[in-house]
Design a protein around this ligand. Structure first.
Ligand code: SAH
Ligand code: DHB
Ligand code: MG
Length: 227
Protein backbone atom coordinates (compact mmCIF):
# COMPACT_ATOMS: atom_id res chain seq x y z
CA UNK A 1 0.00 0.00 0.00
CA UNK A 2 1.47 3.27 -1.13
CA UNK A 3 -0.47 6.40 -0.17
CA UNK A 4 1.47 8.45 -2.75
CA UNK A 5 0.25 6.13 -5.48
CA UNK A 6 -3.38 6.61 -4.38
CA UNK A 7 -2.88 10.39 -4.53
CA UNK A 8 -1.31 10.16 -7.99
CA UNK A 9 -4.11 7.95 -9.28
CA UNK A 10 -6.71 10.29 -7.76
CA UNK A 11 -5.08 13.16 -9.71
CA UNK A 12 -4.95 10.99 -12.85
CA UNK A 13 -8.71 10.35 -12.59
CA UNK A 14 -9.36 14.03 -11.89
CA UNK A 15 -7.27 15.10 -14.90
CA UNK A 16 -9.23 12.72 -17.10
CA UNK A 17 -12.75 13.18 -15.81
CA UNK A 18 -12.98 16.09 -13.38
CA UNK A 19 -11.75 19.33 -14.93
CA UNK A 20 -11.77 22.03 -12.25
CA UNK A 21 -13.33 25.26 -13.43
CA UNK A 22 -12.51 28.64 -11.88
CA UNK A 23 -15.60 28.60 -9.66
CA UNK A 24 -14.62 25.33 -7.98
CA UNK A 25 -10.97 26.37 -7.64
CA UNK A 26 -11.99 29.73 -6.14
CA UNK A 27 -14.29 27.91 -3.70
CA UNK A 28 -11.38 25.80 -2.42
CA UNK A 29 -9.20 28.95 -2.16
CA UNK A 30 -11.94 30.80 -0.26
CA UNK A 31 -11.65 28.27 2.60
CA UNK A 32 -7.99 29.13 3.23
CA UNK A 33 -8.68 32.87 2.94
CA UNK A 34 -11.39 32.58 5.60
CA UNK A 35 -9.38 30.21 7.84
CA UNK A 36 -11.86 27.38 7.32
CA UNK A 37 -10.89 23.67 7.36
CA UNK A 38 -10.15 21.93 4.04
CA UNK A 39 -12.88 19.40 4.69
CA UNK A 40 -14.63 19.69 1.33
CA UNK A 41 -15.09 16.50 -0.65
CA UNK A 42 -12.35 15.93 -3.24
CA UNK A 43 -12.89 16.82 -6.91
CA UNK A 44 -13.53 13.18 -7.83
CA UNK A 45 -15.92 12.77 -4.90
CA UNK A 46 -17.71 15.92 -6.07
CA UNK A 47 -18.02 14.39 -9.52
CA UNK A 48 -19.35 11.22 -7.91
CA UNK A 49 -22.03 13.20 -6.02
CA UNK A 50 -22.92 14.98 -9.28
CA UNK A 51 -23.17 11.64 -11.10
CA UNK A 52 -25.32 10.14 -8.33
CA UNK A 53 -27.65 13.16 -8.42
CA UNK A 54 -28.09 12.68 -12.18
CA UNK A 55 -28.64 8.96 -11.67
CA UNK A 56 -31.56 9.48 -9.30
CA UNK A 57 -33.02 12.40 -11.30
CA UNK A 58 -32.70 14.57 -8.22
CA UNK A 59 -35.00 17.62 -8.21
CA UNK A 60 -34.88 18.21 -4.46
CA UNK A 61 -31.62 17.77 -2.59
CA UNK A 62 -30.89 18.18 1.12
CA UNK A 63 -27.32 18.65 2.33
CA UNK A 64 -26.32 18.60 6.00
CA UNK A 65 -22.99 20.48 6.41
CA UNK A 66 -22.26 23.21 3.82
CA UNK A 67 -18.76 24.49 4.73
CA UNK A 68 -17.77 26.66 1.71
CA UNK A 69 -20.31 25.14 -0.66
CA UNK A 70 -17.94 22.96 -2.69
CA UNK A 71 -20.10 19.81 -2.55
CA UNK A 72 -23.17 22.07 -2.75
CA UNK A 73 -22.02 23.42 -6.13
CA UNK A 74 -21.37 19.93 -7.49
CA UNK A 75 -24.80 18.69 -6.37
CA UNK A 76 -26.71 21.80 -7.45
CA UNK A 77 -25.17 21.63 -10.93
CA UNK A 78 -26.94 18.30 -11.43
CA UNK A 79 -30.37 19.85 -10.78
CA UNK A 80 -32.77 20.44 -13.66
CA UNK A 81 -34.48 23.83 -14.16
CA UNK A 82 -36.70 24.40 -11.15
CA UNK A 83 -34.68 22.00 -8.99
CA UNK A 84 -33.79 23.01 -5.42
CA UNK A 85 -31.03 22.29 -2.93
CA UNK A 86 -31.34 23.10 0.76
CA UNK A 87 -28.08 23.07 2.72
CA UNK A 88 -27.81 23.24 6.52
CA UNK A 89 -24.84 24.92 8.20
CA UNK A 90 -24.22 25.69 11.86
CA UNK A 91 -21.40 28.22 11.45
CA UNK A 92 -22.63 31.61 10.13
CA UNK A 93 -19.15 32.47 8.75
CA UNK A 94 -19.12 29.23 6.74
CA UNK A 95 -22.63 29.97 5.50
CA UNK A 96 -21.58 33.47 4.41
CA UNK A 97 -18.53 32.20 2.51
CA UNK A 98 -20.64 29.45 0.93
CA UNK A 99 -23.30 31.93 -0.13
CA UNK A 100 -20.66 34.01 -1.95
CA UNK A 101 -19.32 30.92 -3.71
CA UNK A 102 -22.81 29.78 -4.70
CA UNK A 103 -23.58 33.23 -6.10
CA UNK A 104 -20.28 33.15 -8.03
CA UNK A 105 -21.38 29.80 -9.41
CA UNK A 106 -24.67 31.35 -10.59
CA UNK A 107 -26.64 28.89 -8.44
CA UNK A 108 -28.28 31.31 -6.01
CA UNK A 109 -31.76 30.73 -7.45
CA UNK A 110 -31.49 26.97 -6.83
CA UNK A 111 -29.68 26.85 -3.48
CA UNK A 112 -30.84 27.91 -0.03
CA UNK A 113 -28.47 27.79 2.94
CA UNK A 114 -30.12 27.63 6.32
CA UNK A 115 -28.04 28.57 9.36
CA UNK A 116 -28.42 26.64 12.59
CA UNK A 117 -27.85 23.29 14.26
CA UNK A 118 -29.02 20.64 11.84
CA UNK A 119 -30.76 18.69 14.60
CA UNK A 120 -32.92 21.76 15.30
CA UNK A 121 -33.50 22.68 11.64
CA UNK A 122 -34.60 19.20 10.52
CA UNK A 123 -37.95 19.20 12.42
CA UNK A 124 -38.72 22.65 10.94
CA UNK A 125 -38.03 21.32 7.47
CA UNK A 126 -40.39 18.42 8.11
CA UNK A 127 -43.16 20.85 9.03
CA UNK A 128 -42.83 22.64 5.68
CA UNK A 129 -45.04 21.09 3.05
CA UNK A 130 -42.93 20.32 -0.04
CA UNK A 131 -40.28 18.25 1.68
CA UNK A 132 -39.68 15.02 -0.11
CA UNK A 133 -36.03 14.83 -1.02
CA UNK A 134 -34.60 12.72 -3.83
CA UNK A 135 -31.04 12.85 -2.50
CA UNK A 136 -29.66 13.66 0.95
CA UNK A 137 -25.96 14.21 1.61
CA UNK A 138 -24.88 13.95 5.26
CA UNK A 139 -21.52 15.63 5.91
CA UNK A 140 -21.76 17.66 9.16
CA UNK A 141 -20.61 16.83 12.72
CA UNK A 142 -20.14 13.09 13.21
CA UNK A 143 -21.61 12.27 16.69
CA UNK A 144 -25.26 12.74 15.56
CA UNK A 145 -24.88 10.97 12.18
CA UNK A 146 -27.37 8.29 13.28
CA UNK A 147 -30.00 10.93 14.06
CA UNK A 148 -29.29 12.77 10.80
CA UNK A 149 -29.79 9.53 8.92
CA UNK A 150 -33.10 8.85 10.68
CA UNK A 151 -34.27 12.34 9.70
CA UNK A 152 -33.04 11.76 6.15
CA UNK A 153 -35.17 8.61 5.86
CA UNK A 154 -38.17 10.53 7.20
CA UNK A 155 -37.70 13.38 4.69
CA UNK A 156 -36.89 11.18 1.68
CA UNK A 157 -39.16 9.88 -1.03
CA UNK A 158 -39.22 6.09 -1.55
CA UNK A 159 -36.28 5.22 -3.78
CA UNK A 160 -34.29 8.28 -2.66
CA UNK A 161 -30.56 8.14 -2.17
CA UNK A 162 -28.82 8.96 1.12
CA UNK A 163 -25.04 9.47 1.09
CA UNK A 164 -22.98 9.93 4.27
CA UNK A 165 -19.32 11.03 4.19
CA UNK A 166 -16.39 10.13 6.48
CA UNK A 167 -17.64 6.93 8.05
CA UNK A 168 -14.41 4.89 7.89
CA UNK A 169 -11.98 7.46 9.32
CA UNK A 170 -8.64 5.95 8.21
CA UNK A 171 -9.87 2.56 9.38
CA UNK A 172 -10.24 3.78 12.96
CA UNK A 173 -13.79 2.32 12.86
CA UNK A 174 -12.12 -1.03 13.60
CA UNK A 175 -10.89 0.23 16.98
CA UNK A 176 -13.34 -1.05 19.59
CA UNK A 177 -11.65 1.00 22.28
CA UNK A 178 -11.67 4.33 20.46
CA UNK A 179 -12.55 7.36 22.56
CA UNK A 180 -12.62 9.74 19.57
CA UNK A 181 -16.15 11.15 19.45
CA UNK A 182 -16.08 11.25 15.63
CA UNK A 183 -15.07 7.57 15.45
CA UNK A 184 -17.69 6.66 18.06
CA UNK A 185 -20.28 8.60 16.08
CA UNK A 186 -19.62 6.78 12.83
CA UNK A 187 -19.28 3.38 14.52
CA UNK A 188 -22.76 3.90 15.96
CA UNK A 189 -23.93 5.05 12.51
CA UNK A 190 -22.51 2.00 10.74
CA UNK A 191 -24.12 -0.39 13.25
CA UNK A 192 -27.46 1.37 12.77
CA UNK A 193 -27.08 1.11 8.98
CA UNK A 194 -26.57 -2.65 9.30
CA UNK A 195 -29.89 -3.12 11.09
CA UNK A 196 -31.98 -0.45 9.36
CA UNK A 197 -34.87 -2.05 7.42
CA UNK A 198 -35.90 1.18 5.69
CA UNK A 199 -32.86 1.21 3.41
CA UNK A 200 -30.61 -0.98 1.30
CA UNK A 201 -27.05 0.20 1.89
CA UNK A 202 -23.41 -0.31 1.22
CA UNK A 203 -20.18 1.50 2.10
CA UNK A 204 -17.56 2.60 -0.42
CA UNK A 205 -14.01 3.04 0.84
CA UNK A 206 -12.61 6.34 -0.45
CA UNK A 207 -8.89 6.90 -0.96
CA UNK A 208 -6.94 9.67 -2.62
CA UNK A 209 -6.05 13.30 -2.04
CA UNK A 210 -8.30 13.48 1.04
CA UNK A 211 -6.67 10.42 2.63
CA UNK A 212 -8.47 7.21 3.55
CA UNK A 213 -12.14 7.27 4.50
CA UNK A 214 -15.51 5.97 3.31
CA UNK A 215 -18.97 6.94 2.15
CA UNK A 216 -22.24 5.15 2.88
CA UNK A 217 -24.66 4.87 -0.02
CA UNK A 218 -28.22 3.96 0.95
CA UNK A 219 -31.43 3.68 -1.09
CA UNK A 220 -34.70 4.18 0.78
CA UNK A 221 -36.74 1.04 0.19
CA UNK A 222 -39.86 1.60 -1.89
CA UNK A 223 -41.98 -0.46 0.51
CA UNK A 224 -40.60 1.09 3.69
CA UNK A 225 -43.11 3.92 3.95
CA UNK A 226 -46.75 4.50 3.13
CA UNK A 227 -46.69 7.21 0.52
N1 SAH B 1 -20.12 19.26 2.53
C1 SAH B 1 -18.96 20.15 2.56
C2 SAH B 1 -18.06 19.90 3.74
C3 SAH B 1 -18.78 20.02 5.08
S1 SAH B 1 -17.62 20.10 6.44
C4 SAH B 1 -18.18 19.94 1.28
O1 SAH B 1 -17.88 18.78 0.96
O2 SAH B 1 -17.84 20.91 0.60
C5 SAH B 1 -18.75 20.02 7.78
C6 SAH B 1 -19.58 21.28 8.01
O3 SAH B 1 -20.59 20.96 8.95
C7 SAH B 1 -18.79 22.45 8.60
O4 SAH B 1 -18.96 23.63 7.85
C8 SAH B 1 -19.39 22.62 10.00
O5 SAH B 1 -19.46 23.97 10.45
C9 SAH B 1 -20.80 22.07 9.79
N2 SAH B 1 -21.44 21.64 11.04
C10 SAH B 1 -20.85 21.17 12.17
N3 SAH B 1 -21.77 20.90 13.10
C11 SAH B 1 -22.98 21.19 12.56
C12 SAH B 1 -24.31 21.12 13.03
N4 SAH B 1 -24.58 20.69 14.27
N5 SAH B 1 -25.31 21.49 12.20
C13 SAH B 1 -25.04 21.91 10.94
N6 SAH B 1 -23.79 22.02 10.45
C14 SAH B 1 -22.78 21.66 11.23
C1 DHB C 1 -13.81 15.87 8.94
C2 DHB C 1 -15.07 16.18 8.47
C3 DHB C 1 -15.37 16.03 7.12
O1 DHB C 1 -16.62 16.27 6.63
C4 DHB C 1 -14.39 15.57 6.23
O2 DHB C 1 -14.77 15.38 4.94
C5 DHB C 1 -13.13 15.28 6.70
C6 DHB C 1 -12.83 15.43 8.05
C7 DHB C 1 -13.53 15.99 10.38
O3 DHB C 1 -14.35 16.58 11.09
O4 DHB C 1 -12.51 15.49 10.82
MG1 MG D 1 -16.88 15.15 4.77
Amino acid sequence: MNPELFVKVDRYIADLLTPQDNTLLATIESLDKAGMPQHSVSPNQGKMLYTLALLCNARNILEIGTLGGYSTIWLARALPDGGRLLSLEYNPVHAEVAQQNITQAGLESKVEIRVGKAIELLPQIESEISTSFDLIFIDADKPPYTEYFQWAVKLARPGALIVADNIIREGKVLDRHSKDEKVLGVQRFNRMLATNHDVTATILQTIGIKGYDGMAIAVVNRNSKSS
